[in-house]
Design a binder for this molecule. Structure first.
Ligand code: SF4
Length: 213
């Protein structure tokens, strides 16, 4: 009997991304999030069942960049709502190279620790907890100040213990759309959207003003 291929629901994939972790990274945005944090700016990633593809196909795409990438960032959506695909992806990355793994989740650290210790063991740095629009937004790699950054390995400590708050954004052109990755300051998106509309361009975001950064 042929084994059923592992599937993943994917929103976006990009390389290089410099706004979501150390160095030049492969960034993967899982599709699907049931948490629905008020004020989330990534609502296009909420719906489940979109962007379905074999995990093997995703891995093949990432493999084109893994030799030169400094790390892998996984965000969403909520990555832990696809735990099988997340586990397999991180296992594959660990076998490929030594770049760090950074994962953004809207779930609490306590829940993740009790439910997915095997996946946490594959992660160098985790940002946990749901986006809270009223919590302030002053901390690097976090969309709201209630979110917690956990350095889980020596490499995570080395690269993320002291993070400069540079608020870099990655801007990608895709046809007539501008695609933005990173963690903007409050109000930056509205200003940018307005300026781009004046140029006849539409702004799409995959920033994590919600999950983390
Ligand atoms: S901020 Fe993150 S966890 Fe919260 S609803 Fe948006 S995608 Fe989901």
């Amino acid at each position: 009997m042929t084994a059923t291929p592992m599937l993943v629901n994917l929103s976006r994939l990009h390389f290089p991304v410099s706004s979501l972790g150390y160095g030049q990274r492969v960034a993967v945005w899982f599709q699907g999030c049931s948490l629905q944090c008020p004020g989330c700016v990534s609502q296009d990633t909420w719906e489940h069942g979109l962007g379905t593809m074999p995990l093997e196909g995703l891995v093949e795409q990432i493999a084109r960049w893994s030799d030169t990438a400094d790390g892998l960032t996984v965000s969403g959506g909520e990555p832990f709502e696809q735990p099988g695909a997340l586990r397999e992806l991180l296992l594959w990355w660990r076998q490929q190279q030594g770049g760090d793994v950074l994962v953004f989740s809207g779930l609490s650290w306590e829940l993740l620790q009790s439910t997915y210790p095997d996946i946490l063991a594959l992660i160098d740095v985790l940002v946990s907890d749901p986006f809270e629009a009223g919590a302030g937004q002053t901390l690097p790699l976090r969309g709201s100040d209630n979110q917690r950054l956990h350095c889980l390995t020596p490499l995570g400590q080395e690269r993320y213990r002291q993070i400069p708050d540079e608020r870099v954004l990655d801007v990608c052109l895709d046809g007539d759309k501008v695609w933005l990755a990173g963690i903007p300051r409050p109000g930056d998106l509205a200003k940018l959207r307005s300026q781009l509309q004046g140029l006849g361009l539409e702004l799409s975001t995959s920033d994590q003003a919600g999950c983390m950064p």
